[in-house]
Unconditional design. Structure first.
Lengths: 451, 352
């Protein structure tokens, strides 16, 4: 199991898995703009933290790029109109990928409008202070575009007594099928570097390292070509292995340091940002604009025209699927990647800021089939896969008898970040990750009830 | 029914991908790896070995089916693990072992060793070894009666003890052995020869299997190659046999240096008896071995050390079976004291 690792080439972390990446479907396809949907649905809570508060009223006309909702607190971001049109509702309930419905601003698109972004003022970033930069990042409505959707400006302000020394820019894109970050690195290299410089100034970080999996060496080259010598920004290839793009794993690979259990990267002076986030910031902040669209990879066996599409926030998946065409065999629509993404029950779910991909399965390939569940045969494959070095087999046995508190107290349940490696390798097909998700939810409820 | 009119949309939680390997595939590959060993056994010992293998395997399958039916569980024969038990059990028995005793061993192996615990995944000890340990205690003479291999007419003539009637003592094989064996066959295994008469069998003989012994344990080389196949398919943990060989060598090496007349070389210890079969196919039984990286080495070391201790200082000539059974029993304890250090553990947590 470990013998061949003696000759390791690229930087990496221990354990993890190597799923088929299926990126060949879309990796070569340049980012393309799709037509605007007749109606867009902008959920007020599409990020971690407090929901945004609507600024507009039904019947009001909005211009593309105009703020339509303000941040509901520090850990919150404003929303901007993704299209020029007329507001139809500000509390329309739309389904989300996670399940529960959430209020959204509905804008009916003006068909005749040019949809050019006229909103925003140029600003000279060099004259801005750190605080003003952080405010500018919040005003752009930026959240982590890699999938977490955590408000970007919050990470710029480390807690009292902690400083950010190193920025890690995550260009791993370790999820199978997804290629949007790859295309962004190739096509928006200048914006990416501009964004990184801005964030380095906002955090005071001394260095920034862009980590890219070594199946995207063209992106590494493109970035390195644009980096002047002596720059504090560097770009490194890391081994292609899932979940290389998890921030804890990438920090280990690039810096050979570990985030303390239960802590955050800032505890060791690191902040991690996605390349897509940086490229968008590099584009938006100098013109004080807001985040209104993002690159979404639409791929998978069930898609007729897979590709990397520039999609306005709020576009319903139904419209997206109509544009790319889906096969009649399609039976599973996943938002995000297939390892950590969620299946949607309704195509009325809109594209949100944190949505990096839509993968459509049609239940054919061997690695997508449901199989019978056997008892745990203690093969230990999950221990060799877990990037956190947990004992998923033991946790799974405890979960099956509902010993959720023991799992957390003695077997580090809360260090699990649900990457799915254990479920992926389990020959008995035990839904380990799914068990752990339930266990954590039950523990959270128990804690809330006790408090 | 509704599938025709209405499309089914799957709602699942991540991960949505699955590595294309299953328990059934692992078990089937172990069976494939055991087949050459069985083939060699039949070639060496003839029809008696063939029928012995068939009887234990069939008994195991029937017992599993019976217990599944009794306990209301779905029949689990299809996962192939019971076939492994049947094959392994036969390979650890003497070639001329009476068939009715083999059936008893098979019944005990699956019934007592596996099904009573809840079937695949829940057993505490290797079922094949549980069955063998039972018949070792019940039929001490039959299980130490060795017959020579490569006997003329072995493909159509049974070893007389094979066909003993149930609950009857097997006929003495002495006469048959005299008439079939090459000159000088003493009916002793290399281990017994070494232990009691200090005659060490040649390394080449041990590798190729031209020695007396249990039906499937004679050719160390063949077993090793078959085990390697599994290790390369990542269906067997190579660290366990590695730890066993290492521990065996580390213990028997100094002993041999102290007194070469009594204690055999480490190479002999590794190649003789059931150590190779045990290390490659029984100690590596996933269900009963620990999973933690450090635990795996410790577990293998326990087996290696115990084997040498039993062989050199115990009353028995062979100790692999008991060494593995004891290590199986220790396995949960080993696992609990060797939990891996998790990513980002602070020094306080690293202790636990």
């Amino acid at each position: 199991m470990g013998l061949l690792n003696l000759f390791k080439r690229a930087r990496t972390f221990r354990h993890g898995v190597h799923p088929m990446d299926h990126k060949e479907q879309t990796a070569h396809l340049a980012i393309k703009r799709l037509p605007f949907a007749p109606k867009v649905y902008v959920p007020l809570a599409q990020h971690i933290g407090a929901p945004a508060v609507a600024l507009v009223k039904p019947g009001q006309e909005v211009v593309r790029g105009e703020p339509i909702a303000e941040a509901g607190g520090f850990v919150s971001v404003p929303m901007h109109a993704p299209v020029t049109g007329i507001v139809r509702s500000i509390d329309h309930l739309v389904p989300t990928a996670a399940g529960p419905k959430t209020p959204a601003i509905v804008i009916e698109t003006y068909e005749a409008a040019t949809q050019e972004v006229l909103y925003g003022l140029d600003q000279d970033l060099d004259t801005l202070t750190r605080d003003e930069l952080i405010k500018a990042v919040q005003a752009s409505g930026m959240v982590g575009l890699g999938g977490a959707a955590f408000p970007s400006h919050v990470k710029l302000l480390p807690p009292e007594g902690k400083i950010i020394e190193t920025l890690i820019i995550n260009g791993c894109e370790c999820e199978p099928y997804l290629t949007c970050d790859h295309r962004v690195m190739l096509e928006q290299t200048d914006r990416l570097i501009a964004g990184i410089r801005t964030i380095m100034r906002a955090t005071g970080a001394r260095q920034a390292i862009i980590g890219v999996e070594d199946n995207k060496l063209d992106a590494v080259k493109a970035i390195r070509d644009k980096l002047p010598a002596g720059e504090a920004i560097s770009c490194d290839a890391v081994e292609t292995k899932y979940p290389q793009g998890a921030e804890k794993m990438l920090i280990k690979s690039l810096l050979n340091r570990e985030v303390p259990s239960g802590g955050l990267p800032v505890d060791i002076g690191v902040a991690v940002y996605n390349v897509g986030t940086m490229a968008q910031l590099g584009e938006l902040i100098p013109r004080s604009r807001g985040l209104i669209e993002r690159v979404v990879t639409v791929s998978g066996p069930g898609v007729a025209k897979p590709g990397n599409y520039l999609v306005p926030i709020g576009t319903p998946l139904r419209f997206l699927m109509e544009q790319v065409g889906s096969s009649s065999e399609a039976n599973e629509v996943i938002v995000g990647g297939p390892m950590m993404g969620m299946t949607v029950a309704s195509l009325d779910v809109p594209v949100t800021k944190g949505l990096s991909g839509v993968v459509v399965f049609e239940e054919e390939a061997e690695d997508q089939q449901e199989r019978p569940v056997y008892p745990c045969i203690k093969c230990g494959a999950c221990l060799d896969a877990c990037p956190i070095n947990l004992n998923p087999s033991m946790l799974g046995q405890l979960a099956s008898v509902r010993q959720y508190d023991v799992m957390a107290a003695d077997f580090h349940l809360n260090d699990c970040f649900e990457c799915g490696c254990c479920s992926y390798v389990c020959p008995s097909n035990i839904p380990l990750t799914q068990y752990f998700r339930i266990a954590k939810a039950v523990n959270r409820e128990a804690r809330a009830a006790a408090a | 029914m509704s599938r025709k009119q209405k499309k089914v949309v799957e709602i699942r939680t991540s991960p949505h991908l699955k590595k294309a390997i299953s328990v059934e595939q692992i078990m089937r590959n172990v069976v494939y790896a055991l087949l050459p060993v069985c083939g060699w056994s039949v070639y060496q010992f003839g029809i008696s070995a063939l029928v012995l293998i068939l009887v234990t395997t069939l008994t195991c399958i029937l017992t599993e089916s019976l217990f599944c039916r009794l306990s209301g569980r779905p029949n689990s024969v299809g996962d192939f693990s019971v076939v492994i038990t049947g094959l392994l059990l036969a390979l650890t028995l003497p070639p001329g072992f009476p068939l009715w005793m083999a059936a008893v061993a098979g019944f005990i192996a699956i019934g007592l060793g596996k099904s009573l615990f809840g079937g695949l995944g829940y057993n505490v000890m290797n079922p094949a070894l549980v069955g063998r340990a039972f018949v070792q205690a019940a039929f001490p003479v039959a299980i130490t009666t060795w017959t020579p291999g490569f006997a003329a007419g072995r493909f159509y003539e049974f070893i007389p003890s094979t066909l003993a009637l149930p609950f009857m003592s097997p006929v003495d094989t002495g006469l048959w052995v005299k008439s079939h064996a090459v000159d000088g066959f003493t009916g002793a295994t290399p281990l017994a020869l070494q232990k009691f008469e200090h005659i060490t069998a040649g390394t080449l003989d041990l590798l190729t299997g031209s020695v007396a012994g249990s039906a499937g344990e004679t050719s160390a080389l063949l077993i090793f190659v078959c085990g390697l196949y599994l290790a390369f398919r990542k269906m067997m943990d190579w660290r366990i046999p590695a730890a066993i060989f290492l521990a065996t060598a580390l213990i028997s090496g100094p002993l041999h240096l102290m007194n070469p007349a009594i204690y055999p070389t480490p190479l002999f210890v590794i190649l003789s008896g059931g150590l190779m079969l045990g290390a490659m196919f029984m100690a590596t039984d996933m269900v009963v071995s620990p999973m933690t990286p450090r635990g795996v080495w410790l577990y293998g070391a326990v087996i290696g050390v115990l084997t040498v201790l039993i062989r050199q200082f115990g009353g028995l000539t062979e100790g692999v079976m008991y060494a593995i059974l004891v290590a199986n029993a220790l396995s949960p304890l080993i696992a609990s004291v060797t939990q891996p250090r998790i990513y980002g553990a602070t020094s306080k947590e690293a202790e636990s």
